[in-house]
Ligand binder design. Structure first.
Ligand SMILES: Cc1cc2nc3c(=O)[nH]c(=O)nc-3n(C[C@H](O)[C@H](O)[C@H](O)COP(=O)(O)OP(=O)(O)OC[C@H]3O[C@@H](n4cnc5c(N)ncnc54)[C@H](O)[C@@H]3O)c2cc1C
Length: 393
C-alpha cells in the first residue's frame, strides 16, 4: 500500500485524505495548527464541487449547515442603500444546488469523515524533504522523521511544501492589488442571514451575519498597489495600516468596524492573490487546493476548486500505478477548470471593491439593474469539469 503524507488539514487536505483512503492508500495529515481550524467566514460550494460532496455522502449534513443568506445589501459611502439582492442574483444561482456554509463547518465535516481512518499530526509541519528513488525522507518541525511514497502540499496560499519543493512564493504569487482584514465583531445592528457591503472607491467594509447570533464576520478590504511586506508578520502594523486606509471614512458603521478590527483577537490579515504555477508536481511532491491554484476570494471558488482537485488527484493516483503518470493526468484534467475559475477574478474585482469612483458608479448602476433582472443559472466556470468515476480497488 502506498503511503501519502498530506500537509494541511483545512479543505483540500481532509477531502484528499478521504478519497485516498477510499482508494486504499495509507494516509497521514500534518497540520501546523493544534486542531482543525474552526470558525471563519461563509464559503460557497458550487457546481462540480457539489457533486464531490454528494459522492462523499456529505450533502445532508452540508444542507443542514447551509447558512441561507437571504440578502446582500450594497451601500453608498454615506451609508444610503444602492440595492438589496438575493445572493444568487450575483453569483448566478446553480439551480438551487449550491451551498453556502461556514468554512469551519466544512472543515469539521471533512475531518470527521476521515479522522478514524487517517493519522493526523497536529501542531507540527514539514521542514525538510529529501527525495530519492525509493521515496521521500521527511523531517518534521518536532524532530521526527519518516519516509513516504508521496507528499502533498494542501497547505494553502502560503504553502510550506511548495516553498520546499518548488521554490519561493514570489515566483508563483500573482498579487491582485488588494489586502483584507477579517475578524469577528458584535452584531450591534441586529443583522440576520445577510451581508451588508459598504463601498467607497478602492475600499469595502463588509458585515456578514451567518444567522441571527450576537457576532458578525467583519471584512475590511482595500486596494493597494504593492503588497505590504512590512506588515506580514506584524499584527500591530496590520491594524495600523487598515485603520489608516479607512481613517477618512466618517460613516459611523465603518468607524465602528475599524474599532472592532483593532480590538479583535482573531484578526486575519492577508493579501488578495492567486497562485499560478507552470506545473503542480515536482518528483514525488504534488500540490492541491490553494497551494496549487488559489483563485482568490474575489472569485468565491477556492473551496470548490479544493474539493474538486482533491477528488481528481486521489482518483488519478488510484488508477495510475506510476505517480508521475497520475500527477500528469490530474493536472491535465483539472488545470483548465482551475484556470477558468481563476479567470472569474475580473468579475469579482468589479463587484466587491471597485477601485475608482467611475468604476464604483458603474458597479452600482449594474446592481440596480440586477434587482429587476436576476441572472439565470450558474456560471459556466463552476461546472467546467465533469467528474469522472475512478474504480476503487
Ligand atoms: C475572506 C475570505 C473569504 C473567502 N470566501 C470564499 C468563498 O466565498 N468561497 C470559496 O470557495 N472560497 C472562499 N475563500 C477561499 C477559501 O477559504 C480557500 O480557497 C479554501 O479554503 C482553500 O482550501 P485549502 O485547503 O486549499 O487551503 P486553506 O483553507 O488555506 O488551508 C490550508 C491549511 O494548511 C495549514 N498550513 C499552512 N501552512 C502549513 C504548514 N507549513 N504545515 C502544515 N500545515 C500548514 C493551515 O493551517 C490550514 O489549515 C475565502 C477566503 C478568504 C480569506
Amino acid at each position: 500500500m502506498s503511503t501519502v503524507l498530506i500537509s494541511g488539514a483545512s479543505i483540500a487536505g481532509p477531502a484528499l485524505a478521504y478519497w485516498l483512503r477510499r482508494h486504499g492508500f495509507d494516509v497521514t495529515v500534518v497540520e501546523k495548527a493544534g486542531t482543525p481550524r474552526g470558525g471563519g467566514y461563509p464559503i460557497d460550494i458550487r457546481g462540480t464541487a457539489v457533486d464531490v460532496v454528494e459522492r462523499m455522502g456529505l450533502l445532508p449534513a452540508l444542507r443542514a449547515a447551509h447558512v441561507d443568506t437571504r440578502a446582500l445589501t450594497f451601500l453608498e459611502p454615506d451609508g444610503s442603500p444602492v440595492a438589496s439582492l438575493r445572493p444568487e442574483a450575483l453569483a448566478g444561482g446553480g439551480e438551487g444546488r449550491d451551498l453556502e456554509v461556514v468554512r469551519g463547518d466544512l472543515t469539521r465535516l471533512l475531518y470527521d469523515a476521515v479522522r478514524d481512518e487517517v493519522e493526523f499530526l497536529f501542531d507540527d509541519a514539514i521542514v525538510a524533504l529529501d527525495e530519492h528513488p525509493g521515496g521521500v525522507d521527511v523531517t518534521f518541525r518536532g524532530g521526527a522523521r519518516r519516509t513516504v511514497d508521496i507528499v502533498v502540499g494542501a497547505d494553502g496560499l502560503h504553502s510550506g511544501v511548495r516553498a520546499l519543493a518548488f521554490g519561493p512564493e514570489e515566483t508563483f504569487h500573482r498579487y491582485l492589488g488588494y489586502c483584507f482584514a477579517g475578524f469577528t465583531m458584535r452584531n450591534d445592528a441586529g443583522l440576520s442571514h445577510e451581508g451588508v457591503i459598504w463601498n467607497a472607491p478602492g475600499r469595502g467594509a463588509i458585515r456578514y451575519a451567518v444567522g441571527d447570533g450576537e457576532t458578525l464576520h467583519g471584512l475590511l478590504c482595500f486596494a493597494r498597489a504593492e503588497p505590504p511586506f512590512h506588515a506580514f508578520r506584524d499584527p500591530a502594523a496590520q491594524r495600523d495600516l487598515v485603520a489608516a486606509v479607512f481613517a477618512d471614512d466618517e460613516w459611523e458603521i465603518v468607524a465602528g468596524m475599524v474599532d472592532a478590527m483593532r480590538a479583535a483577537d482573531d484578526l486575519y490579515f492577508d493579501v488578495v492573490s492567486q497562485i499560478r504555477l507552470p506545473h503542480w508536481s515536482a518528483g514525488r511532491v504534488v500540490l492541491a487546493g490553494d497551494a496549487a491554484h488559489a483563485p482568490s476570494f474575489l472569485t468565491g471558488q477556492g473551496s470548490s476548486l479544493a474539493l474538486v482537485g482533491a477528488y481528481m488527484l486521489a482518483g488519478e493516483l488510484a488508477v495510475n500505478p506510476d505517480h508521475r503518470t497520475a500527477f500528469a493526468a490530474y493536472e491535465r484534467a483539472t488545470r483548465p477548470f482551475a484556470e477558468a475559475n481563476q479567470a472569474l477574478v475580473t468579475a469579482g474585482d468589479a463587484r466587491l471593491v471597485p477601485r475608482t469612483a467611475e468604476a464604483l458608479a458603474r458597479r452600482n448602476a449594474a446592481l440596480r439593474d440586477l434587482t429587476a433582472v436576476p441572472e439565470p443559472g450558474g456560471r459556466p466556470a463552476h461546472t467546467a469539469l465533469r467528474l469522472p468515476t475512478f474504480a476503487t480497488p
